[in-house]
Design a protein around this ligand. Sequence first.
Ligand code: SAH
Length: 348
Amino acid sequence: MNEGALPDRLARAITLGGPIPLSQFMGAANAHYYATRDPIGAQGDFTTAPEVSQMFGELIGLALADAWDRAGRPPARYVELGPGRGTLAADALRAMASAGLTPSVHFVETSPVLRAAQKERVPHAEWHVDLVGVPEDGALLVVANEFFDALPIRQLVQTAEGWRERLVACQDTLFLPITGTTGFDAIIPPSLRDAAPGSILETAPAAASVMRQLARRLVAQGGTALVTDYGYTGPAIGDTLQAVRDHGFANPFDTPGEVDLTAHVDFGTLMEAARVEEAQAHGPVDQGLWLSALGIDARVATLSLASPERAGQIAQDRERLVAPDKMGELFKAIAVTAPGWPIPAGFA
Ligand code: SAH
């Protein structure tokens, strides 16, 4: 699977080996998508919270600095998973420095295009392909915004014969979901086992695995992680797979590698994954409530006083991050901490 365009390679792989799990399709599509472009911002496919306003990264930086201070100011490393353009990190690091915290910086990023964008904003960062490369000493102050939603999911579908996995087949050059034949009833949570035919249950093995790895490192080294994303407290029934292109929705099975594939994050399961490794998990808290608790309104006032001509825009940006019908309710925050570390602000 190395030559030619991604859709051709996927089609050939499916022709040779048969239909593939959705997770394999989504993983290959997103690896290609992120490796070949910077998709973030008005010119791209989607806009994220740190690109809406500097206040998002600043408040995260201050929340981390406060937790670090209450933990006794140990030597620390800032770690960000999927830092995008590096905007959040730049804003957070500036705010941390104002609070006396200047950690070393570690970015977990696979995309060469986005690594280049991150280097422009945070030249002194070190890059890693996964958490394994992050040094094993020093407390970890971890951030992940819209990272977990990009990791590949599996889907199970209820049929008259029981639960089956959703696979991706290929007909001519069209990709389409089909229902596999292997039974999955044993892994369905008891409360969902009798869901109506056609019901879909998503599992996120990659997200769970990254979270367990992260939690192990937090327990071993000390520290805290702030994870923000759109999602729900599951496990629950629902098909949340979506494709985004040019700020609108697209068909997830068309043009793999050219659209952003995401799924809503099941924070219930993600927090359980952290607890399996004996880390503590807090939340989820709606993003609007969380940013308000972290003091976004005070920050709006300060920024508006410093630049009165921008006050209208700053108020609009705040609204976009906080309002329930914008990003305030669908987006949520959780905190994962080492035992003995303080609960980060906004999760009390
Ligand atoms: N956090 C940024 C970007 C979100 S987009 C923001 O809020 O703007 C998702 C990010 O995760 C991108 O940086 C993408 O390249 C990265 N990413 C996606 N899958 C990844 C993987 N498997 N390993 C490491 N990084 C990944």
